[in-house]
Design a protein around this ligand. Structure first.
Ligand code: IYR
Length: 233
């Protein structure tokens, strides 16, 4: 049975009830070939900041969110909410609020060291991607959950869980042919207000999704080599 055939309800306190897991083993050659193909495909992913207004297939975005929601999470509590925003008026509202904060950040709040780190990326306070991209996914962390008696109950490893889910979302979108950006307006409390989210949810990132604009440019980045990011013992 697929893990998503039943609606989920909190499993807190329930006994361990294992079920068999017997996935078919992938032949070695197929595994090696698939890993190399994925590595090359993922190396083509770029963070895009200039989007075309062309619409994206709704199914692709929904399937990518469903992929993200398969992420592992602390105590399998799945402490995330993905808000899909297509409404241009809401996107304009988000852009106006984000740009107001970003202007303060770029005018000095970030500090010289941070601004120097960002310089090679060419970012500034103007956030056209928030209104040009046809879809935004705003990801919220559920900092806690509410028990049946209305009391606050703990969620565990929320940052890690939501970070993994966002990584999986970006991967799914890229492998499905869409471009995206992980944008973290700061501070981003306004997102909870604009999107009317409950008290236990805290905005984690805004992910504009679409196709690159015809004249899209990206910074000339170099990735660390495998040797630079990996060591063996
Ligand atoms: N939130 C700002 C600044 C910014 C910070 C980092 I760290 C980046 O990698 C990119 C941007 C912005 O979105 O412009």
């Amino acid at each position: 049975m697929s893990p998503t055939t039943q609606p989920w309800t909190p499993t807190h306190g329930q006994p361990y009830h294992p079920v068999p897991y017997r996935p078919e083993r992938m032949p070695r050659a197929e595994s090696v070939a698939e890993a190399a193909r994925l590595r090359a495909r993922m190396d083509e992913r770029r963070t895009v900041r200039q989007f075309s207004a062309d619409p994206v297939p709704d199914e692709v975005v929904r399937d990518a969110i469903a992929c993200a929601a398969t992420a592992p999470s602390g105590a399998h509590q799945q402490p995330w909410t993905f808000v899909l925003v297509r409404d241009p008026a809401v996107r304009r509202q988000i852009r106006a609020a984000a740009e107001q904060e970003e202007q303060i950040s770029y005018d000095g709040r970030l500090g010289d060291e941070w601004l120097a780190a960002l310089r090679p990326l060419g970012t500034d306070a103007v956030k056209t991607h928030l209104t040009d991209a046809p879809a935004l996914v705003v990801v919220f962390q559920q900092r806690y959950w509410l028990g049946p008696d209305g009391t606050k109950r703990k969620h565990y490893y929320v940052d890690e869980s939501v970070g993994i889910a966002v990584g999986m979302l970006l991967t799914a979108l890229h492998l499905s042919g869409l471009a995206a950006l992980i944008h973290t307006p700061s501070p981003m409390r306004f997102l909870g207000h604009v999107l009317n989210r409950p008290e236990n949810e805290k905005a984690f990132a805004v992910i504009p999704i679409g196709y690159p604009a015809d004249d899209c440019q990206v910074p000339d980045l170099v990735r660390k080599s495998l040797d630079q990011v990996m060591t063996e013992v």
